[in-house]
Ligand binder design. Structure first.
Ligand SMILES: N[C@@H](CCC(=O)N[C@@H](CS)C(=O)NCC(=O)O)C(=O)O
Length: 260
């Protein structure tokens, strides 16, 4: 059976988990290709991604590109890859024949949800619910971008960066806490991709707790230090979903360390 969506990425990657969890819940066929983060420079980034050792060294030269974000040095990306993925990032999603590229992990997840029979995780047929889900996904991306910068600079923090991250954290969590105050899920009373995206991105952010010493040594505190007490609805929601089978199978024990 051919897959509905193909994803190339470094693995494991919480951004890919969004699509994996959605695929499990929505019974959509996806194929994930990739390797450890440090090995991705040894791959040709393409719909038909492969290890560089399979490619002639003369041919390889034309694929060489300077990395832009999250990687150092050179990466190898085909022209077709850059045509489908103009920002050149992973996770890189594709439709089943590779003729369409889908980038941004939230959008790849949306494509997976749309590939299901009933789009249940993406508001079903209700366009307003779909738009409300989109609203949370946009808010989530703003938060995720902020913490991407924070994580990449974690060993060289400064006041500007730290304040920006703190304010993005408080802004985002305050909104999610309010959304969850009177309902069981982020959008209404049904699980949606807004919840899935929240769990995957926020779980990744909480791993700042693994770097407590590095952060403290620079004179700063863990931003999520009092998360459980300050945002009880968010905490409860995160734990409820983290323990759910479809999430657990993908995330395994990723968050356990953050709560010990
Ligand atoms: N917001 C994007 C982030 C993707 C992203 O920034 N990916 C980086 C790695 S963390 C990348 O692929 N960089 C490629 C490069 O450096 O050329 C998403 O959620 O998919």
């Amino acid at each position: 059976m051919t897959e509905d969506i193909r994803i190339f990425s470094y693995l494991p990657n919480p951004r890919v988990w969004k699509s994996l969890i959605t695929a499990k819940l929505a019974k959509v066929e996806i194929k994930v290709i990739g390797d450890k983060p440090r090995n991705l420079p040894e791959w040709l980034w393409d719909f038909d991604a492969k290890k560089l050792e399979e490619i002639d060294s003369e041919e390889l030269r034309k694929y060489k590109r300077q990395s832009k974000r999250g990687f150092k040095g050179d990466l190898f990306k085909t022209d077709e890859f850059l045509d489908k993925h103009p920002f050149g990032t992973v996770p890189a999603g594709f439709n089943s024949d590779g003729s369409v590229g889908i980038f941004e992990s939230n959008s790849i997840m949306r494509a997976v949800a749309r590939a299901s029979n009933n789009h249940k995780l993406y508001g079903g047929t209700n366009k307003l619910t779909q738009s409300r889900i989109d609203s949370f996904l946009d808010a989530n991306l703003v938060f995720a971008r902020e913490f991407q910068v924070y994580v990449l600079e974690l060993t060289e923090l400064n006041d500007y960066l730290y304040k920006r991250m703190t304010s993005a954290y408080l802004f985002y969590l305050d909104g999610i806490e309010k959304a969850l105050a009177n309902q069981s899920y982020i959008v209404g009373n049904e699980l949606s991709i807004a919840d899935i995206s929240f769990v995957c991105d926020f779980a990744q952010f909480l791993r700042e707790r693994d770097s407590k010493e590095i952060i403290n040594n620079q004179g700063y505190e863990i931003i999520s230090k009092n998360f459980e007490e300050e945002f009880p609805y968010v905490f409860e929601h995160l734990m409820k979903l983290y323990q759910r089978q479809e999430f657990k199978e993908v995330m395994q024990d990723y968050l356990d360390k953050a709560f010990t």
